[in-house]
Design a binder for this molecule. Structure first.
Ligand code: NI
Length: 428
């Protein structure tokens, strides 16, 4: 943790301490981010010590409101959830860009041994949302300091309930996209990633992350004595056959360049070894990268499960619970992010993400309404190779806190580039 530029010393593809390729305006931005970093790191640690889960995060909201105090932002809090929306209005008229951080933690018991580890048993910031919140407060501070040169608005969206609670959708319903008085013209978010080199910015045009839906299948047969299966309609082999048929369905119904993941993660049936049960239950997740494929596989899932069951004289009841949509990055905005981030951080820090990840994000709701992008920010902890660092959602998740500087600079650079219509070099 000796570098203060967002580089992990010794990381295989680490960013050099002073990015040689950054523009002078970009370097100035990074220097400013570096000055703001200690305060942001302190906020991140305070959030990390006191994680909260779901849509109601009162202590987290209080810390964010305190940290934003005195910046001259127009601040609103949520009605149905403990969100914070802060609007920075520049000296001149112009477009509006929304920057988002999520603030919620996960039901995980922390096992890092860090001095600022969670003090709440069973809750942990295991997805890095504490870092996102701290970076966005830092970006707000940086951009507020440049208000006189800004043309347009920056909307800072601090959302609860990213982890499965559709917090972004609730905030959209409460008007976050129109917070500046006009509809946001673009939106941007960062997500830290411990399995990418510290300081690396990675995003791609098109799908960045998957849609994630849950499904449940109840196979109904007719139970009886285990010694006489011919007198029953045994749902257990039907359930087993269904698992295999679903895997075949995915590989046989999608083109090779389309992707989906279907994982059956739960199988439950029976109460005793001598009894054939009446029902067997399956549950799992379906991840897809386009809405048409998503819709097609929902239909196919029901058809296959019901067809397999019917073949054996049983029935299958299929329920699909829609989760988050596909996170789709706008191509033109992705280009702007790649350029702005390279100007601020140096071109070696920035590269297109080669393939989408099958995880999901509720920032997808924002990107469905407004062109924009989500980028991964590499945060592999010092002394670890990216592939061996504990992943997001792990009880041992650790991040390189130097990337908080990188994140502040990147968010500010993207906002400035968008509002000026230029790269940061030209904006000054
Ligand atoms: Ni997350």
């Amino acid at each position: 943790m000796t570098s203060s530029t967002g580089a992990a010393q010794g990381a295989p593809e680490g960013v050099p301490p002073r990015p040689a390729g950054a523009t002078s305006a970009g370097r100035a931005l990074l220097d400013e981010a570096r000055r703001l970093a200690p305060e942001a790191v302190a906020l991140r640690r305070a959030l990390h010590r006191g994680p909260e889960q779901g849509l109601d995060l009162p202590a987290t909201q209080r810390l964010v409101l305190e940290a934003l105090g005195g910046l001259g932002l127009e601040i609103r809090t949520g009605r149905a959830l403990s969100s914070v929306t802060a609007v920075l209005t520049g000296a001149d008229d112009g477009p509006a860009i929304l920057l988002r951080a999520d603030m919620d933690a996960l039901p995980v018991t922390e096992d890092t041994g860090l001095p600022f580890a969670s003090r709440t048993s069973g809750l942990m910031h295991a997805c890095g949302h504490d870092a996102h919140t701290a970076m966005l407060v830092g970006a707000a501070r940086l951009l507020a300091g440049r208000r006189d040169t800004l043309a347009g608005h920056v909307v800072f969206m601090f959302q609860p309930g990213e982890e499965g609670e559709h917090g972004a959708r609730h905030m959209i319903e409460e008007g976050v996209l129109e917070a500046s008085g006009t509809r946001a013209d673009a939106a941007f978010a960062l997500h830290v990633h411990p399995n990418l080199p510290a300081g690396a910015v990675r995003l791609r045009a098109g799908p960045q992350m998957a849609a994630s839906d849950r499904f449940r299948i109840v196979v109904r047969g007719r139970g009886g004595h285990a010694s006489a299966p011919h007198t029953t309609c045994d749902p257990v082999p039907v359930a087993c056959e269904t698992v295999l048929a679903l895997q075949t369905m995915v590989t046989r119904s999608l083109a090779a360049d389309d992707s989906a993941v279907l994982s059956v993660t739960r199988l439950a049936a029976g109460t005793a070894t001598g009894v054939i049960p009446d029902t067997a239950e399956l549950g799992g997740t379906l991840r897809t990268l386009t809405e048409p494929t998503r819709g097609r596989l929902h239909e196919a899932l029901a058809r296959v499960a019901q067809g397999v069951a019917a073949a054996h004289g049983a029935t299958a009841e299929v329920t699909v619970e829609p989760g988050y949509p596909v996170t789709v990055n706008d191509a033109a905005f992705t280009g702007l992010v790649l350029r702005a981030a390279a100007d601020a951080l140096g071109p070696e820090a920035v590269a297109p993400l080669p393939a989408p990840q099958m995880t999901a994000e509720d920032f997808s709701y924002v990107l469905r309404a407004v062109p924009g992008a989500l980028a991964f920010l590499g945060a592999c902890p010092p002394g670890k190779a990216p592939h061996e660092a504990p992943s997001l959602h792990s009880a041992r998740l650790d991040l390189d806190e130097d990337v908080i500087t990188t994140g502040i600079a990147c968010e500010a650079a993207v906002a400035l580039a968008f509002l000026s219509g230029h790269a940061p070099e030209d904006a000054r």
